[in-house]
Design a protein around this ligand. Structure first.
Ligand SMILES: C=C(O[C@@H]1C=C(C(=O)O)C=C[C@H]1O)C(=O)O
Ligand SMILES: [Mg+2]
Length: 432
């Protein structure tokens, strides 16, 4: 175990020695991962410290679950799948699914992408470990190469950038038309979630690691993630919503839908909070999600229970939330869960297919990984967040995404305001 005084270079030497000893014991075809305990340091700082042109260190992934049980930074890949893999042994895959498997044209972000990382730094209960993942010959050499490229962490700074322009797609007028046409379809599609892309151009290049750092400080009770598959684009997010987590055959999921803003003072906040629990339109937004999740799980022969609705408070908004627990059928795999649950009517609509068709036909831009799902898969455990409250960062551009569920009784102006509230935290960080 390293002591706190050891600097980064000593840590690299230490890791190299461990890898070399492991190679002597295992030969060049190791049969298990190598796990090395390290003195804790900041993982966002480690991601920030890496040079953009260290190709071997791509993909770069950051992940923190909503309960803060684990914070993870991954570098490099020893396997890449454009399908949902079924992990065996100690394998772990990080990745995600786009919102819709139709017409995804996001550079670097295909319909499905999962990678098995080469290096995985995991901070858990204040202890840091490095897991070197191996598959076959020369694996240890590959890990050594990556370790030799690693540069020391650089502490995240406050975001200090000026936004010079903003463009909404759809704009306010187009949004009103979109909401109106969704309401015209209400008999066929009782709920559809419509969304907007807001493109900000900043004066300087945006540091995505500083941005996610500040975003997670402002909204700690969320998942925090970043996926960077090449120099050009990083998809980041600070999402309050879980698609599901599974531990062996125990599944946790939720219906999170229905939004009001936070009050300026405690009394107003409490009134708004109460309105979430009593408003009919909000109840409908949420209930349609719950119904979809429960029936999807029952179709997979799971035993399902739901909690009473309660309120989840974030910095600028509060949501109605119902917890759903299930005991899975022994045959159910993560791929079944992903294909059956994603996208739920929290981001798509219901009935699922007509709602997705409506979004595909009418929305003004391509959602890509926004409202998709991101997370990881292992044999015994998997965890996926719904990729909302997310942004695509490239150079000096940030595309911010926000959506709102449209049901009978939705009013375009109020839903526009809901979109504004949902991106408020990040606009605040950028002082727009
Ligand atoms: C689609 C988003 O959020 C979803 C829509 C909500 C709503 O309309 O009330 C609330 C939470 C999420 O289910 C988003 O934030 O982009
Ligand atoms: Mg809503």
């Amino acid at each position: 175990m390293l002591t706190a005084e050891h600097n980064f270079n000593l840590m690299v030497i230490f890791i190299r020695e461990q890898l070399q000893q492991f190679a002597i014991k295992q030969g060049d075809k190791p049969s298990c991962n190598l796990v090395i305990p390290l003195t804790p340091f900041d993982l966002l700082g480690l991601l920030k410290g890496q040079s953009l042109d260290s190709d071997a260190l791509y993909p770069r992934i950051y992940w923190e679950d909503i309960e803060h049980l684990q914070t993870i930074a991954c570098f490099g890949a020893i396997d890449e799948c454009t399908y949902i893999p079924e992990p065996i042994g100690e394998a772990c895959y990080f990745g995600g699914l786009a919102f819709q498997q139709q017409g995804v044209q996001w550079a670097d972000f295909p319909e499905i992408l999962f990678i098995r990382p080469a290096l995985e730094f995991t901070l858990e209960q204040q202890k840091l470990r490095l897991t070197c993942h191996f598959n076959g010959a020369n694996s240890i050499e590959k890990s050594l190469l990556l370790i030799n490229c690693l540069q020391k962490p650089v502490s995240p700074d406050a975001v200090n950038n000026i936004v010079v322009s903003r463009e909404d797609l759809p704009n306010r007028q187009q949004w009103a038309e979109l909401v109106e046409s969704a309401i015209e379809y209400k008999a066929l599609i009782p709920k559809v979630v419509l969304s907007r892309q807001t493109e900000l151009i900043c004066e300087q290049k945006v540091n995505q690691w500083d941005l996610i750092n500040q975003w997670q400080e402002a909204n700690p009770n969320s998942f925090h993630f970043a996926f960077q598959f090449s120099t050009n684009h990083t998809f980041i997010g600070c999402s309050p919503e879980r698609l599901f987590s599974r531990e062996n055959n125990r599944l946790k999921t939720e219906a999170l839908a229905g939004t009001v803003n936070r009050g300026r003072e405690p009394r107003e906040d409490a009134i708004l909070r109460q309105s979430l629990l009593s408003d009919k339109k909000i109840d409908r937004e949420n209930y349609l999600v719950q119904e979809f999740i429960v029936s999807s799980l029952k179709r997979l022969k799971a035993e399902v229970t739901c909690s009473e609705p309660h309120v989840m408070q974030l910095l600028n908004v509060q949501h109605l939330r119902v917890e759903i627990n299930a005991k899975l059928n022994a045959q159910t795999k993560d791929a079944h869960l992903l294909h059956n649950l994603h996208p739920t009517p929290a981001v798509g609509g219901c009935p699922k297919l007509p709602a997705l068709q409506f979004i595909n036909d009418k929305e003004h831009y391509n959602r890509g990984w926004y409202a998709g799902t991101v997370g990881y898969l292992r044999v015994d455990k998997s965890d996926f967040s719904v990729a909302i409250r997310s942004a695509l960062v490239s150079s000096n551009k940030i595309k911010l995404f926000a959506g709102a569920g449209i049901v009978v009784g939705s009013i375009a102006d109020q839903e526009w305001q809901e979109l504004e509230n949902k991106i408020h935290t990040i606009l605040d960080i950028l002082s727009v």
